[in-house]
Design a protein around this ligand. Structure first.
Ligand code: PRP
Ligand code: MN
Ligand code: MG
Length: 185
């Protein structure tokens, strides 16, 4: 593997499209949260690129925090079990929380997180998801700010990984089948 871009079969969402959508949603969220002192929570690791770009595109001061959750192991299929790898450092009680997520697949990660934040006493909990795979949704999640809908293909880039790699690609893409060689489906 010589170069990230050499392993790509085709691009699904360009960096320009990502940037355009993030700026559009950030403008809307800035209006909606003006005066509310919002707390943006990114689900690590995948949402790190999205929260960086999104928060910089917002025009109001925001607070950031991070929670590391995992529903996938090293494969391409969700295990269905959410594990906290690292918790927040902020008390969310009484706060207006906006969860920033890279992708909603089965919906299990966010369904779990929304309930957990409400249980901790957040005043409101909303979601911005850059990508959604509607055909894969297993549980309902209320998304306030939508990004792009994509087909049921395993994608990497802009924070999304395959076996912890390719998060550093600057667009959303499908990998060449050869990259997955050896994985037991
Ligand atoms: C991925 C992705 C979402 C979640 C979506 O994270 O970043 O957080 O899975 O899947 P779901 O809707 O089926 O729950 P992953 O568990 O791979 O951890 P990562 O963000 O560290 O890559
Ligand atoms: Mn994730
Ligand atoms: Mg992952």
């Amino acid at each position: 593997i010589a170069d990230v871009h050499n392993d790509i079969d085709r691009e699904l969402v360009s960096k320009e499209q990502i940037d355009e959508k993030i700026r559009e949603v950030a403008a809307q969220a800035s209006d909606d949260y003006r005066g509310k002192d919002p707390l943006l929570i990114a689900v690590l690791k995948g949402a790190v690129n999205t929260i960086a770009a999104f928060s910089q595109a917002m025009s109001i001061p925001v607070q950031l925090d991070f929670m590391s959750l995992s529903s996938y192991g090293s494969g391409t299929v969700s295990s269905g079990t959410v594990t906290i790898r690292q918790d927040l450092s902020t008390d969310v009680r009484g706060r207006h929380v906006l969860i920033v997520e890279d992708i909603i697949d089965s919906g299990r990660t966010l369904a779990w997180l929304v309930e957990e934040l409400k249980r901790r006493g957040a005043a409101s909990v909303e979601i911005f998801a850059l990508l959604e795979k509607p055909s894969r949704h297993e549980v309902h999640v209320d998304v306030k700010y939508h990004g792009y809908e994509i087909p049921d293909e395993f994608v990497v880039g802009f924070g999304l990984d395959y076996d912890e790699r390719y998060r550093n690609l600057d667009s959303i893409a499908v990998l060449k089948p050869a990259v997955y060689q050896g994985e037991n489906a």
